[in-house]
Write a protein that binds this ligand. Structure first.
Ligand code: GDP
Ligand code: IMO
Ligand code: MG
Length: 430
């Protein structure tokens, strides 16, 4: 049985949620393996919109097991409110359908405060984060001072863990001019949510191992995108986790052999939220038009997304670092009506042609995109559900993208609706 990892191949918001939801019909288990509620995954099913942040997109379908793996950082208060919102939309979530790894680190209110205080300091510090405490929570995990799900079960352990974290946080907060943490209130607030969270807690590594042995199909749901990866992204303007496909295994407690197919989600143009380099960014009417047609506003923060032409050079790079076997090309319909389309095929760095984005920030800033032009199409691709419905020039665009990124298309998406999807090659059939 094939297990599939879905990862973003750009700067996030490629349409992962829609594709995970579509693929989840073929899966038994859907697992998040990194990131937190900085993610915003939108699903549209028969006109009803669902927005998932911490929960795997598989919860909406019902009858599947949704898993939050140890690679995630989890805000318990947010999770409870997200579960309530979805229940309000008729989604059934129980300890039988949702499991949270016991070794998952918790995001505490002090992480969000620290995140936002740093962002507010000055322009040198600013990353343009979602302000949800993701970075500080991962720092505490690596710093061996984070509170984890399992710690909620025992009052003495919980106090010990909080005290361990506060030695560091109170020192840091003094430097930032923030008041010391109210220790007792924090412990009491954690105890208030402990039982609610613990009902979903499980040894996820074991559950996943047993699911594999039983021949269950696992769908791993990535958040963010490869260019936000802590190692391979546009550092320091990145998120604080490994986003690329290799993380799927460690993020739930399975070996690398558990991954059979990596599906990269690729938007037919490029967007980015927050600060950082973006070689093909358009600050003109074309950029404006992409943003308007694509409704490019963040699902999590509502911020306007920066827009630009498709960067084949970057996607070739991210397909390599995630070992992508096939892509899902999304939002093709947003390109309808452009007379000419541009695709970045490489960079000019001080007169030298590069076929990858260099690591040094100053060089990234000097990289000028080298464009190839393609004719657009005047017909509508919106809602197309078969190749036959696509105009000839749209097919040419898709084929050229495949050539340039050196990776075949497995799925095509032509609207936010679940069923407006074209299957070219079934990732689970591999
Ligand atoms: P994610 O973070 O990768 O799950 O993506 P988001 O949900 O943040 O952003 C993608 C947006 O594009 C959402 O509003 C989706 O409903 C929408 N979307 C997904 N696929 C398509 C598509 O093929 N065409 C159009 N027009 N919108 C799409
Ligand atoms: P999904 O899963 C787009 C960006 C933020 C910021 C940087 C760091 O919906 O694709 P963080 O809060 O993670 O410390 O912010 O990463 N970012 C995203 N951009 N989509 C996302 O998630 C993102 N999650 C984080 O805007 O630039
Ligand atoms: Mg998103």
């Amino acid at each position: 049985m094939a297990n599939v990892v879905v990862v973003g191949a750009q700067w996030g918001d490629e349409g992962k949620g829609k594709i995970v939801d579509w693929l989840s019909e073929r899966a038994d288990v859907i697992a998040r393996f990194q990131g937190g509620h900085n993610a915003g995954h939108t699903l549209v099913i028969d006109g009803t919109v669902y927005k998932l942040h911490a929960l795997p997109s598989g919860v909406v379908r019902g009858g599947k097991l949704s898993v939050i793996g140890n690679g995630v950082v989890l805000d318990p208060w947010h999770l409870i409110s997200e579960i309530e919102t979805l229940r309000g939309q008729g989604v059934v979530i129980t300890p039988e359908t949702l499991m949270i790894a016991e070794n998952t680190p918790l995001i505490l209110p002090i992480h969000g405060e620290l995140d936002r205080a740093r962002e507010a300091q000055n322009s040198v510090a600013k990353i343009g984060t979602t302000g949800r405490g993701i970075g500080p929570a991962y720092e505490d995990k690596v710093g061996r001072r984070v509170v984890r799900v399992a710690d909620l079960a025992d009052a003495a352990t919980l106090e010990l863990r909080v005290d361990r974290a506060l030695i560091h946080h109170d020192a840091l907060r003094r430097g930032l001019g923030l008041p010391p943490v109210d220790r007792d209130a924090l412990i009491s607030n954690l105890r208030d949510v402990a039982d609610e969270i613990l009902q979903y807690a499980a040894p996820v590594w074991k559950v996943m191992t047993e699911a594999r042995k039983a021949g269950k199909r696992i769908l791993f749901e990535g958040a963010q995108g490869a260019l936000l990866d802590i190692d391979f992204g546009t550092y320091p303007f990145v998120t604080s986790s490994n986003v690329i496909a290799g993380q799927a295994a460690t993020g739930v407690g399975l070996g690398p052999g558990a991954i059979d197919f990596v599906l990269g989600i690729v938007k037919a143009y490029t967007t980015r939220v927050g600060e950082g380099p973006f070689p093909t960014e358009l600050l003109d009417d074309d950029g404006q038009r992409l943003g308007e047609r694509g409704h490019e506003f963040g699902t999590t923060t509502g911020r306007k997304r920066r827009c630009g032409w498709f960067d084949a050079c970057l996607v070739r790079q991210t397909c390599a670092t995630s070992g992508v076997n096939g892509i899902s090309l999304t939002k093709l319909d947003v390109l309808d009506g452009f007379e000419t389309l541009k695709i970045c095929v490489g960079y000019d760095l001080d007169g030298k042609v590069l076929d990858y984005l260099p690591t040094a920030a100053d060089q990234q800033a000097r990289c000028k995109p080298i464009y190839e032009e393609m004719p657009g199409w005047s017909e509508s691709t919106e809602g197309a559900r078969s190749w036959a419905e696509l105009p000839a020039n749209a097919i040419k665009y898709v084929r050229r993208v495949e050539e340039l990124i050196d990776c075949p298309v497995a799925l095509l998406s032509t609207s936010p609706e679940r069923e407006d999807t074209i299957l070219v090659r079934d990732p689970f059939a591999d």
